[in-house]
Design a protein around this ligand. Sequence first.
Ligand code: RAT
Ligand code: ZN
Length: 435
Amino acid sequence: MSDSVCDKTNPVALAESPNGGFLNASELPMAVGQIVGAQPVFDLHTHLFAPRFGALNLWGIDELLNYHYLIAELFRSSGAGPEKYFSLDKSAQADLIWEELFVRSTPLSEATRGVIAVLSAFNLDTRAPDLREARAFFAECDPQEHIETVFRLAGVSDVVMTNDPLDPVESQIWERSDALDPRFHAALRTDGILNQWDSGWMAIASKGFDVDGDLTESTVAGVRRFFDSVIERMRPLYLAVSLPDTFDFPEDSARGRLIKQVILPVCRAHNLPFAMMIGVRRAVNPAIGLAGDGLGRSDMGAVNRLCAENPDVRFLVTMLSRENQHELCVSARKFSNLLPFGCWWFLNNPSIIEEITRERIELLGATFVPQHSDARILEQLIYKWKHSRRIIANALTEAFENLIADGRPVTRDEIARDAERLLSGNFKNWVGLQN
Ligand code: RAT
Ligand code: ZN
């Protein structure tokens, strides 16, 4: 790969071989940095798509700049409103964002700094007056080689996609028999059914399943058959849903009944975990589309009841509100069928990742998944993991320093064992990919 046009970078530095000896406190920062830096990541929640999904597989400078995190920032920094931005074509939109957030302003925010880190990873001019050089570079990339380069630069071994079984474009692709790149795993996202039952049941019915809007016994059986058929085709690692801050369980609503009568039985029957991403308040400002979602604090009681009543189901949980993070750790101490994961969306910022990761280590040791990228555009893997890895390494260094100070020496092997669990192994165990 080193002669690829995309690959203008140096190889990632690898850790020294483990020596099994005890480390001094002064050796820790470098050792932990090397070990965490070399540990391949299994990224458990992204919106990336394997190349087989064609136009859904997003990469390159225009996509990077039209990320909805940046769109929200555009409207704060310039006079350009949603009407102007949404009336432009994709490259004009990217030009506008570059001009406003990178040329006329200093890219200080996490989302803007992320683009800088990506340009820098490819030795592109981070102070360029326009996008000509970056566009020419990405136009020369061979898409398949580019994936290899990005995975290598990000230190990512596997990613989990977000797969909507009601999406007509995706559905057609799942029907094909050609092999999926094995590094891209499926996750069966159920938002369109659980959160939008009024349209969801019609979409299921249009696929030939005998269901209607009333959740009668026969509709419940039909929806389960629909899930069985999707699972057989997609082979997801887990079922997932994003939930509002008002989420409650049990609940006398279509969603509450579907979770109880369809999702939990399907998880049991197929031995699949259920991932709940809780706390999003959708369309707080509908005029700015995906950029217009907000958040709210949620009631952990719903998660506690689900875990207590369903000890045979494994739950992956991430909460969007900073105020819910401590409660999530406490719940995970009570329920071994609960795996907290990631610093989701508005929490994926260095100061907050640091706080949450330290809190989780103190309350849970190494029994959680510190981060997922939520990448929507391939190259975002590079900056999101670069930033998170550094913070995870710092938090781990501090934890090992404290341990040494309290009288327990540590070895490289022990550090490597925890790094592996946090960045890959805990999730793989949860979904049955390793013992
Ligand atoms: O982080 C994001 O990009 C959000 O728009 C959402 O996609 C969120 O992560 C989700 O999965 O609902
Ligand atoms: Zn997401």
